[in-house]
Design a binder for this molecule. Structure first.
Ligand SMILES: Nc1ncnc2c1ncn2[C@@H]1O[C@H](COP(=O)(O)OP(=O)(O)OP(=O)(O)O)[C@@H](O)[C@H]1O
Ligand SMILES: [Mg+2]
Length: 407
């Protein structure tokens, strides 16, 4: 386990996203990443690494963990945004300010490395004409963190060709290890990210450099809950019943774990750390609500009839199993044009409702699959528009003699 040294996560709003205060698991991925850092340093080269996973799988938390490890191995670390790649000046300025934050963090003693080397990096890249020159001008090992990398797809569509080609050039040079120094681009994003890279002509990654995040394994999910309850919640007594129940209900999905941990901490605060059965019941109820809110937020951009088309296909396969694109498209085409159907499918990938596995598609969180089926599979759009409401104004009120006539 590594405990983050940052002191900022105090608000509940940030608890379910971002850097983990008690990071566990992902051991194999981190081992591979450490090896890559060392290899890149030795060979003066580098590459790009893609973490593609569904919402709440722990991408951002993993990025921070990788940054911490890289910092400890002498890498300068800079968080970047896709649009920064379009303009060398912005890229340089942003990398500089990102490094300044990073150095400030290092100076707090979080990671013990040579800050002088990093400070020298701050002046490199000035006056560069293209994005790749910004990267090439520096000297030491560099880790670029690109979160929400599915947004790369936007720069494909929204910018003039020359500038766009410079971004492609930069990404390709980094990917091929040709920056003239150790540079690693660590990109994480939702299900559309691999495609966004493919559109930029980057479709093959080195072994171990294309990562799909699964739920946390049994031991790690328990360890996370344990740390939150005992370290933050100062729970007294045997936490096993709480840990077991929360671990089972959350399927090891990091966002879900946090959705339950927060109400659990609130209950512990109320009871001064006593682990009461009533407290657990309330925490579970609130956690379940939080889970549903998360699904609602993820599906907000889809009208009901679109979700219905997806859910009625899912209803034929148990949660956690895959469906073919062909089947979802056939369902969408029954209600929408070919183009619209394609657009809805792409949005479902982009929003993380669907994730690609072995050329098939799966709803990455099993309980979200069930929620979609329960709430949308049986939905039917009304066949006819509803009749207009009756006109109740005086002129249209039925007259007495009319009524008599009807009798
Ligand atoms: N390995 C882990 N150990 C402990 N906590 C974790 C781990 N991974 C993620 N978390 C926590 O779970 C929550 C969700 O993780 P995170 O925000 O990284 O997911 P994400 O995949 O980036 O989600 P999104 O797609 O919404 O950006 C965060 O509070 C994070 O700190
Ligand atoms: Mg994230």
């Amino acid at each position: 386990m590594s405990k983050s040294q940052k002191t900022s996560i105090a608000k509940p709003a940030t608890l379910e996203r971002g850097e983990a205060r008690y990071f566990h698991g992902r051991v194999k991925i981190l081992d591979n990443f450490e090896e890559l850092l060392d290899r890149a340093k030795k060979g003066d080269s580098g590459t790009s690494v893609l973490i593609q996973a569904a919402p709440g799988a722990g991408k951002t938390a993993l990025l921070h963990e990788c940054a911490r490890i890289a910092g400890g191995r002498g890498y300068a670390v800079a968080e970047v945004e896709p649009t920064w790649f379009l303009d060398p000046k912005t890229l340089h300025k942003s990398i500089r300010s990102s490094w300044k934050n990073w150095i400030a963090w290092l100076e707090q003693g979080a990671v013990n490395i040579d800050i002088g080397v990093l400070k020298a990096e701050l002046i490199a890249g000035r006056g560069a004409k293209t994005p790749i020159d910004v990267i090439k001008k520096g000297k030491g090992p560099l880790l670029l963190l690109l979160d929400e990398a599915q947004r790369l797809v936007r720069i494909t569509h929204e910018h003039e060709r020359e500038r766009f080609m410079q971004v492609v050039d930069m990404l390709k040079v980094i990917h091929a290890g040709g920056a003239g120094r150790p540079v690693i681009l660590l990109a994480s994003g939702l299900g559309a990210t691999r495609q966004a890279f493919a559109d930029l002509d980057i479709s093959r990654f080195d072994p171990g450099c294309e990562i799909n995040l699964e739920p946390l394994d049994e031991g790690s999910r328990r360890a996370v809950i344990h740390d939150w309850l005992l370290e933050e919640g100062e729970a007294k007594g045997d936490p096993a019943p709480w840990i077991n129940t929360i671990a089972v209900e959350t399927h090891g999905w990091p966002q879900h774990i946090m959705a339950y941990v927060w109400p659990a901490l609130r209950q512990l605060k109320l009871t001064g750390g006593e682990l009461t059965p009533e407290g657990l019941e309330t925490a579970l109820e609130e956690g379940r609500k939080g889970r549903i809110e998360f699904y609602k937020a993820r599906t907000r951009d889809f009208p009901r009839e679109q979700l219905h088309c997806i859910a009625r296909v899912l209803a034929f396969s148990p949660s956690g199993t895959s469906v073919a694109k062909m089947d979802i498209m056939a369902s969408l085409r029954m209600e929408f044009s070919e183009d619209k159907a394609e657009e809805i499918f792409t949005l479902a990938l982009y929003k993380g409702i669907l994730d690609m596995r072995d050329n098939l598609y799966v709803v990455p969180i099993p309980s979200m699959h069930d929620w979609l089926v329960d709430n949308f599979a049986r939905y039917r759009a009304p066949l006819f528009p509803p009749p207009p409401p009756p006109d109740l104004s005086i002129e249209h009120a039925p007259k007495e003699h009319d009524q008599r006539l009807e009798w």
